[in-house]
Design a protein around this ligand. Structure first.
Ligand code: ADP
Length: 742
């Protein structure tokens, strides 16, 4: 890290706008200021760099306040044809040097990042020309002999190789899935068919993930065109779906969808085919710019903050000879990768599509993309894609523990994928109590129709675990209903029961069946998975509520203490603090002391004296048993001596309700597919492992249930190691200026 405090960095957003760019700009500005580095915004992308003047302005801490919730980019973006010419770049170099800027964070798509790299490569010759022309002196040229850049990818398409997510893609998915949900309800009422066109010229990410999350029937993506006979196949599939109970049909088409010969498949062509061959009333909805609009999702705010923060670290450690890096997310962690390598590979995907080498295009997209495409196809078709075995296995699905949005999505995926494998799928109604009472029924493909989008739990869930005395009845139920394998979708309680059943196998041979737990809990406190289903939905609900709370308080000098759920796990508190720009969070992992509270009050008083109008604190419901939300509010109010008022908001069950977020739906589907694979494999092998599944560093992992106690804090019901605890310094860095900053 350079220690030279005379460094000045520039930040710009360029190309297409994307939700979350503001969070990235804010993080860049605040991280730089925290390190004592001056930061300039370059307004309107490269156009502002070429124009100079007041389009390059230094930014203060407060300039980037209250922007997290805003879509688009507050520093503007533009396409700039003149930057493609050397003359334009020469003017840009001159303008940057006027402000002493030779380090840039460029937030944009592959075009913007390519432009940045070209600019960097040319920099020395541009500087030499500026000296020759007498625009700058020798000393300036020597001081700024190299341009260093770091790239962040802002693109709703999620089309960049080298990062699992681009800034804006998750929010775009929110917009699309909201639209598909709305269309589904009207389509179902009239038994209509809808064709929904989504963005993605060379990338089918938005189309595929929204088709999975929206429970669509058919999807067309550029990387994997359908077979030659696709019109017939699509119509057969939709016809079978109708026969199996669907009231609506939805086809999702990426704007770059094409056939095997590379000919475009437009949404209108799909409509025509459906109308002609099925005689169905078919409508087209082209979502267009709606996908770029609206408030950024919680994920986009958090991710953009993290990558923005990391970009500053990266940029300040860069040397004139080091290779420029792109900062993105890989496997649920902030990672950097050589910028131009990523851009080149991204172009390679587009090239492979243009050359009709679709297998290679899919391979370059990565294995989980291909896997999700296969999963989608297996779920969409009503008849099984395999020949049913002579003796179908009987797999039961049930929920356990508190409600988590996404439980229905997981159950639907499990049932459909199980049926696709030729199994008989059983649903247990009413959780473990239902198992004891024998409320077990066979579920068909059509029975789970519409569940992908539904909040709540159609099969029901309770927080009641079977007692030791009831284990015998559980064993009898498993035998009576000839259950060969068990999928338990739920939270801590579900895991505890599964562990218990496994431990009691010697006493009850009926428990010697493969059992797997799928993590579903808004608390995100389960072992073996960095994320559990429901947590993202809850996070979005909290962030939405916090946006409103912030707006409500804007006119007054007010401190808010907002209590969020999570039990003994501070995940929701930390991430919502990161996504909403809270000043202080109280985590159960850290506890709260009187000394902490005193320091907080002092900081509040200092802040309000300094002109602050709002102070947001987020308290996990179990941060401290004595210092309750109410107590903290009274303390702050009392010690504030009228300087500000204090309000509390206990968000309660809004956090558990609502339809699952796109991320939760996709995760639920992915994990359910692996659970069905696991149960099938165990049964084929004749073994009966007990396990729990989850995402660890972005990959699906299956862990043995009998080792569960090795990795959990039983008293506090959470994993011993929690990956997100490492994000605390970033959150604090965004919230509190260093004494010498601003
Ligand atoms: P995106 O960054 O979203 O891919 P564009 O491809 O339109 O969007 O690029 C945005 C801007 O970046 C362009 O208007 C231009 O100013 C600059 N740019 C893009 N490609 C290049 C290039 N090859 N050389 C120089 N500048 C470029």
């Amino acid at each position: 890290m350079v220690s030279n405090l005379s460094i000045s960095i520039g930040v710009l957003t360029s190309g297409g706008d994307a939700q979350g760019m503001n969070a990235a700009v804010r993080a860049v500005v605040r991280s730089a200021l925290n390190l004592g580095v001056a930061v300039h915004a370059i307004f309107e992308g490269y156009q502002g760099m070429v124009d100079g003047g007041d389009r390059i302005r230094s930014l203060s801490w407060d300039d980037v306040g209250s922007i997290l919730h805003r879509g688009g980019t507050i520093i503007g973006t533009a396409r700039c044809p003149v930057f493609r010419e050397r003359e334009g770049r020469l003017a840009a170099a001159r303008n940057l040097l006027r402000h002493g800027i030779d380090r840039l964070v460029v937030i944009g798509g592959d075009g913007s990042l390519t432009g940045a790299n070209l600019f960097r490569q040319e920099w020395a010759s541009l500087v030499a020309e500026l000296v020759e022309r007498g625009d700058i002196d020798e000393l300036t040229a020597q001081r700024h002999s190299a341009l260093m850049i770091t790239g962040l990818v802002g693109s709703i398409d999620n089309d960049m190789v080298g990062t699992d997510m681009t800034i804006g893609a998750d929010s775009a998915l929110h917009r699309i899935v909201e639209a598909i949900d709305a269309i589904t309800s009207t389509a179902a009422s009239h038994q209509r068919t809808f064709v929904v066109e989504v963005m993605g010229r060379h990338c089918g990410y938005l189309a595929l993930m929204s088709a999975i999350a929206g429970g669509a029937d058919y999807v067309l993506i550029p990387e994997s065109p359908p077979s030659e006979n696709w019109e017939q196949e699509m119509c057969d599939l939709l016809r079978n779906g109708r026969a199996a109970g669907r009231r609506d049909s939805i086809v999702v088409v990426a704007e770059g969808a094409c056939d095997n010969a590379g000919g475009p498949i437009s949404s209108d062509r799909v409509r025509q085919v459906l109308q002609d061959r099925l005689g169905e009333d078919t409508r087209v909805t082209i979502l267009g710019h709606v996908q770029r609009g609206g408030t950024p999702s919680a994920f986009d705010r958090c991710m953009s903050t993290l990558v923005g923060h990391a970009a500053v670290q990266e940029l300040l450690s860069a040397t004139p000879t080091s290779e420029p890096q792109m900062v993105g997310m890989r496997y649920n962690r902030v990672r950097q990768a050589p910028l131009m390598q990523c851009v080149e590979q991204t172009h390679a995907v587009a090239r492979k599509i243009a050359e009709h080498d679709y297998a290679k295009a899919m391979e370059l997209r990565g294995s989980s993309f291909t896997e999700m495409f296969q999963t989608f196809k297996a779920m969409a078709g009503a008849p099984p894609s395999v020949i049913p075995p002579a003796r179908p296995r009987r797999l039961a699905v049930l929920h356990g523990g508190g409600l988590a949005p996404g439980m229905n999505t997981a159950a639907r995926a499990a049932v459909r994928l199980g049926l696709d494998r030729g199994h008989t799928m059983l649903g247990v109604r009413g959780s473990f109590e239902g198992l004891l009472a024998g409320r077990i029924e066979e579920l068909s493909w059509g029975d789970v129709e519409g569940w992908a989008a539904m909040g709540g739990a159609e099969l029901g869930t309770t927080r009641q675990a079977p007692t030791v005395e009831q284990l015998y009845t559980v064993a009898r139920a498993l035998e009576t209903y000839r259950i060969d394998g068990l999928l338990i979708i739920g939270g801590w309680l579900a895991y505890r029961v599964a562990h218990n059943l496994y431990s009691e196998r010697e006493r009850y041979p009926a428990f010697k069946i493969p059992i797997i737990c799928l993590p579903a809990s808004i608390d995100n406190n389960l072992p073996g998975s960095e994320l559990s289903i429901g947590a993202d939905t809850a996070l979005n609900a909290i962030v939405e509520a916090l946006d409103r709370i912030k707006q409500s308080a804007i006119a007054a000098r007010r401190c808010f203490v907002v209590e969020v759920m999570g039990r003994h796990c501070g995940y929701l508190a930390l991430m919502s603090g990161l996504a909403s720009g809270a000043e202080r969070i109280y985590l159960p992992e850290e506890g709260v002391s009187l000394k902490d509270l005193q320091a907080d009050v002092e900081r509040m008083i200092e802040g309000f004296h300094g002109g602050r109008r709002f102070y947001l604190t987020i308290r996990n419901e179990r941060a401290n048993a004595q210092y309750t939300t109410d107590f903290m509010c009274r303390l702050f109010e009392e010690e504030g001596h009228g300087l500000f008022d204090v309000r509390q908001a206990i968000l309660g069950h809004v956090q558990q309700g609502g339809n699952p977020s796109p991320f939760d739906r996709v995760l639920a589907t992915r994990l359910a597919a692996h659970c069905i694979d696991f149960l099938t494999r165990e049964l084929e092998r004749g073994s009966a492992a007990g396990a729990y599944i989850g995402l660890v560093e972005g990959k699906v992992m299956i862990s043995p249930i009998n080792r569960m106690h090795d990795v959990v804090d039983l008293e506090h019901r959470r994993p011993t190691e929690q990956w997100w605890m490492d994000l605390r310094p970033v959150m604090l860095g965004m919230a509190r200026p260093a004494a010498d900053a601003v």
